[in-house]
Design a protein. Structure first.
Length: 84
């Protein structure tokens, strides 16, 4: 009986860790994209002539941030699958 309780605790901790990891990844991506948007908006307000270039760079950077967040979520779900 004691071994089963230890296994259930490990499973629950793993699931909790995977959920927290995915949540933190999404929060970090939201903050990162918000900062990119703020910087791009300020840059376009200061240099209207470069608005197209700034917008292109901001979209590329936002895609990189989303890619990292997606990778972190996939890793968290893989951890969940390995433990479960």
């Amino acid at each position: 009986m004691m071994l089963q309780e230890v296994a259930n605790t490990a499973l629950n901790n793993g699931l909790l860790g995977a959920g927290l990891g995915a949540g933190i990844a999404v929060i970090g991506a939201g903050i990162g994209i918000g900062l990119i948007g703020r910087g791009a908006t300020e840059g376009m307000a200061r240099q209207p002539d470069l608005a197209g270039t700034i917008q292109t760079a901001a979209l590329i950077l936002a895609a990189f941030v989303e890619g990292v967040a997606l990778f972190a979520i996939v890793v968290a779900f893989m951890i969940q699958g390995k433990i479960g």
